[in-house]
Design a protein around this ligand. Sequence first.
Ligand code: DGY
Length: 317
Amino acid sequence: MAHSRPRVLQYGKMPLPQLDAELAQAYDVHILSQESDPDRFLAEQGAQFKYLVTSAAMGLPARVVDALPELQFVSSFGVGFDSLDKDALLRRGVRVGYTPGVLDDCVADMAMALLLDAARGLSASDRFVRRGDWSRQRFGIQTRVSGKRLGIFGMGRIGSTVARRAAGFDMEVAYHNRRPIEGSPHLYLASLLELASWSDFLVITAAGGDHTRHLVSREVLDALGAQGFLVNVARGSVVDEAALVEALRSGRIAGAGLDVFEDEPHPHPDLLTLDNAVLAPHIASGTHETRRAMADLVLKNLQQCIATGHPAVEVPW
Ligand code: DGY
């Protein structure tokens, strides 16, 4: 028997190393790694794969989809699907499973951590103490969080989880989406510009993709203003990073907490020099518990699709 276990093409390593091992145990997996010659492999063996596993971090380019003529199903590790080539997948009728819901708490926790750090100068104060500056000078006075206004751009699962945390800080919450949410207890503002003007803290939880690219523009940052803070746990593409660097450098906004960047893993080099920016390496979902839950959903989507033709949780293009 040539292949008793289904063949699965894995597009790069998974964000939870155990999942690489679990996939290899359950399936006949080939990892299309950066080191090998992927184009040659695809040309020679692409027709053997009906199933593919990838991640939001690795994405899935049209070039790879087009090289897999039998592809039926993709199981992606991540809630974001902007890095998967929608047109190529839809054109071919490939079904795509993903992992929403299980990471809302950890991403919302990270949004609050970045917000608190940016406002209270936690990372900067850590550097201050370690440098030995404490014995020579005073650390600067910081910004209060409790009772302030929190604007959420993208009031979906993660945005509303952030809003629940904000209640614990007695913050007033408003949001902007394309449309208001029926029954929402929060103030809806019809434009991002209005939301930024209203907010002390503007948190981005909107999905990435062409429709949100650079919506956080110079104009929006100016509306946030010199006392305002930006937090981004969504996608770097939503923010015009060059405009953000300028706003941070010139003090046109007070600070930023960023888990995501336009060109990962290469934040704008000037961000690295700015003390009013807190930077994290896209790790909002990176806890043992959440990555495990995401891995389980990747496996479940794959198993279910092989068995029934339908993933447990399908991307809502
Ligand atoms: C996601 O799940 O989309 C996270 O941003 C990780 O890429």
